[in-house]
Design a binder for this molecule. Structure first.
Ligand code: MTE
Length: 326
């Protein structure tokens, strides 16, 4: 369950011993206030805006300071499952296609353009985005519309930090995320399932909610390509398809933008896509979920309204009919 303002639970208490042992060193450093960040040696010796010192390591590590406000108590999904069982249709529709093919995606150089209803449209180099704010580690639940879930330690910071830099105008009502297309490196683009690029969007007030995270790393390392390197979004109270991967463009818009899954099947996938056990998908129930890693025969767990984040986000939807706005 998500709990803002819950007491800090040390990772040693919620993580399998082996995983904890491998994470001890960087968590100790993070706890001491320093940030260890490795981007293949590209970021050595610089200073964060918050003043925390960074040191590059060739291993691609990306430790963040654990943020107790965004820390679930649940046992983490194993790193193997987080990076081996994925949805990333640009590489195919099978769960192991992304880990099989995503290594071909080029993630440097990588530029993220921000355009539309902003006072200061601009492009950011990914390595500058990594330095824009202190990197935090947050443990979030990811609930896929396919009725499985994972508990994942992401590293990054709130999307609002970036959006404030470009100063949204008063006309900005929606934020759209455009994922990369690399035809030579993404075999899935040959399929017509999706009208590429993959696009997703949030309402402006949703996008500014501090829970919405720009993610650069997982399990204390830079994101593996199959998880959406070099930068993805995580919106933990919505079905996983709202969290676009490998983002190259962010558009601020006055009108409701197209989104990939609504375009494919508007009767099955809504714009809001808030996790809601009371509203079934037309072809299956959303009342329960399978936790990846628990084994196929393990009992399913009840799905929580807003994926357990209701305390933080329910007010965004006050007065809305959640059956119509699914
Ligand atoms: N982003 C892009 N560009 N392409 C995709 O196919 N799949 C979505 C989302 N983001 C997808 C995407 C879906 S359905 C889910 S459940 C999550 O990514 C899965 O993230 P994970 O593989 O890191 O667990």
């Amino acid at each position: 369950m998500a709990r803002i303002k819950q007491p800090y639970i040390p990772p040693s208490e919620i993580t399998a011993e082996a995983v904890w042992q491998s994470r001890r060193t960087w968590l100790r450093r993070a706890g001491a206030g320093a940030l260890t960040l490795g981007a293949g040696g590209m970021l050595g010796g610089s200073l964060l805006s918050g003043g925390a010192a960074m040191s590059a390591q060739p291993s691609g590590r990306l430790a963040g300071t654990p943020n107790p406000d965004y820390w679930l108590k649940n046992k983490l999904t194993s790193e193997e499952d987080v990076s081996g069982y994925n949805n990333f249709y640009e590489f195919g529709t099978g769960k192991t296609d992304p880990v099989g093919y995503a290594h071909k995606m080029r993630t440097r150089p990588w530029v993220v353009e921000i355009e539309g209803e902003v006072e200061k449209p601009r492009s950011f180099d990914i390595d500058d985005l990594l330095k824009l704010a202190s990197i935090e580690e947050r443990v979030y639940r990811l609930r896929c519309v396919e009725a499985w879930s994972m508990v994942i330690p992401w590293s990054g910071y709130s999307l609002s930090t970036l959006l404030k830099q470009v100063q949204p105008t008063s006309k900005a009502k929606y934020v759209q995320f455009v994922s990369a297309t690399q035809p030579d490196n993404m075999p899935g683009l040959r399929s017509r399932i999706i009208d590429w690029p993959y696009v997703e969007a949030l309402r402006m007030d949703e996008a500014m909610h501090p829970l919405v995270m720009l993610v650069f790393g997982v399990y204390g390392k830079l994101l593996p390509n199959q998880n959406g390197a070099p930068m993805r979004v995580a919106v933990p109270w919505k079905y996983g398809f709202k969290s676009g991967k490998s983002i190259v463009k962010i558009r601020l818009l006055e009108n409701l933008p197209e989104t990939s899954w609504v375009k494919i099947a508007p009767n099955e996938y809504g714009f809001y896509a808030n996790v809601n056990p009371a509203v079934p998908h037309p072809r299956w129930s959303q009342a329960t979920e399978r936790r990846i890693g628990d084994g196929f025969f393990a009992p399913r767990v009840d799905t929580l309204m807003y994926n357990g984040y209701g305390e933080q986000v329910a007010s965004l939807y006050a007065g809305m009919d959640l059956r119509r706005n699914y």
